[in-house]
Design a protein around this ligand. Structure first.
Ligand code: DMJ
Length: 456
């Protein structure tokens, strides 16, 4: 009997290996729960490696099995960024002990300049979402302390924030900034206001966003860099890539999260300009490239790993057609080398920057697209990307970024967003629906889910 069964199984394996790959992956060929479980296993591999070689520091360096701190003292970037994933994955004991470690050891009373944007999206966002998931008020107290220390960043003539702020002295520096760093603060600062009852955070971040929007060009585009003291643009190249990307994301999401009508209007005006001047059709594929913010004239045809967030934003705003088309382009970019490069020229399909930083955006978009369309295609896409990540980026101590996606040479870095975003979106793509309902949360740009607990 056992022999017969094994023979049958062997026959099944041989038979299926001759099927074309589309048929092999189609429908329920794989069980979502098994993939979700596997993602959780990989999360634990990365997290336990961090614990073994970098505990208490900002990041793991996977190749040298050591660590990296961003500043003179650690701000526990990886634990804070990764905490809500543990709650979502049902790793409650691990999450609770990590939470206690954070509460005991994280101090913002440090004489050091930090990047307002990075600290806001990773730490403020992480503390707020984990507070909502755990109910532990000490996390909100930490968020309140951090938010208060970041406030001096907004003390410029225009109300747009300086890039760096000293957590102890309130000193500021970095007057040349960009739309992403100015306009990606309202989800976190606004939520802090809603949860503490102190309106100052919302007002400062909202003013910064509006001041930036008000400086858009007559045709509705923003540039790549701006002086926040004078309000003058210092680089007029417009695009949706790194340095601008999440400014657009927050216009849409702040409308949803806070029911803020100004954000709705700013989003709709901005999206129209982006679609008019930045969208590009090449060989019948949809891409978004570069244009001059004043003339709308195309100045570049580059697209990359960071741009791949845009299908998620498009489908969240109801534009299924563009969202699906653009995701196909991102996936084409991924499959050129089995891992996406940082930037390609979509006209020639040549690589402009060949590294891969373990970025999440293409998976984030696959997750949104699956949620809103229910198409298995996006599960298959996520599974393929997950398998590629394991094949090319896994090391015996966590996961490593790639220096070069063609040679697959690794680099000694595992950014905290690999746990906070890349593995979270992969997990949510395959996890049971009850894990989290995308209709009831808004993710900040670092994938920290914020629940609208204040709304009636
Ligand atoms: C993250 O820190 C955030 O997603 C940010 O918006 C863009 N860069 C990284 C991930 O690629």
């Amino acid at each position: 009997m056992l022999k017969n069964k094994s023979a049958l199984f062997l026959f099944f394996l041989i038979f299926t290996s001759f099927l074309p790959s589309q048929i092999k992956l189609k429908s329920d060929d794989f069980d979502k729960t098994i993939v979700a479980e596997k993602v959780r296993t990989e999360f634990l591999h990365a997290w336990n490696s961090y614990k073994q070689y970098a505990w208490g520091h900002d990041e793991l360096r996977p190749l040298t099995k050591s660590f990296r701190d961003w500043h003179s003292a650690s701000l526990l970037m990886t634990p804070v960024d990764a905490l809500d994933v543990m709650y979502l994955m049902g790793l409650k004991n691990e999450a609770d002990s990590t939470k206690e470690f954070i509460i005991q050891n994280l101090s913002f009373d440090r004489d050091m300049y930090v990047k307002n944007f990075e600290i806001t999206i990773r730490l403020l966002g992480g503390l707020l979402s984990s507070y909502q998931l755990s109910g532990d008020k000490k996390l909100l107290d930490l968020a309140d302390d951090l938010g208060t220390r970041l406030l001096p960043a907004f003390n410029s003539q225009t109300g747009m924030p300086y890039m760096y702020v000293n957590l102890k002295t309130g000193g500021v520096r970095g007057e040349v900034s960009n739309p992403a760093e100015i306009g990606t603060l309202l989800i976190e600062f606004g939520t802090l206001s809603k949860l503490t009852g102190n309106p100052i955070f919302y007002n400062k971040a909202k003013r910064a966003l509006v001041e930036l929007y008000n400086r858009r060009s007559p045709i509705g585009l923003v540039g790549s860099s701006i002086n926040i003291e004078t309000g003058e643009w210092t680089d007029s190249t417009s695009h949706i890539s790194g340095g601008i990307d999440s400014y657009y994301e927050y216009l849409l999401k702040c409308w949803h999260l806070f029911d803020d009508k100004d954000c709705k209007q700013m989003w709709e005006t901005s999206l129209a300009a982006v679609n008019k001047y930045l969208a590009d059709k090449v060989h019948n594929e949809l891409w978004y490239g570069q244009a001059n913010m004043f003339t709308g004239k195309r100045t570049g045809t580059e697209y990359g790993a960071l741009d791949a967030f845009f299908p998620a934003v498009l489908i969240l705003s109801g534009d299924k057609k563009r969202a699906e088309q653009l995701q196909e382009s991102s996936y084409k970019m991924w499959n050129l080398n089995g891992i996406e490069p940082e930037v390609i020229d979509y006209k020639t399909m040549k690589i402009s920057y060949g590294s891969y930083q373990l970025r999440p955006e293409i998976i984030e978009s696959a997750y949104y697209l699956y949620f809103f369309t229910g198409k298995k295609h996006y599960l298959e896409m996520g599974k393929k990307i997950f398998e590629d990540l394991i094949q090319y980026c896994k090391t015996d101590a966590g996961y490593a970024a790639l220096k070069n996606v063609e040679t697959k040479e690794k680099s000694n870095s595992m950014e905290s967003f690999f746990l906070a975003e890349t593995l979270k979106y992969l997990y949510l793509l395959f996890a049971p629906k009850e894990t989290l309902d995308l209709n009831n949360v808004v993710f900040n740009t670092e994938a920290h889910p914020i629940h609208k607990t204040w709304a009636k």
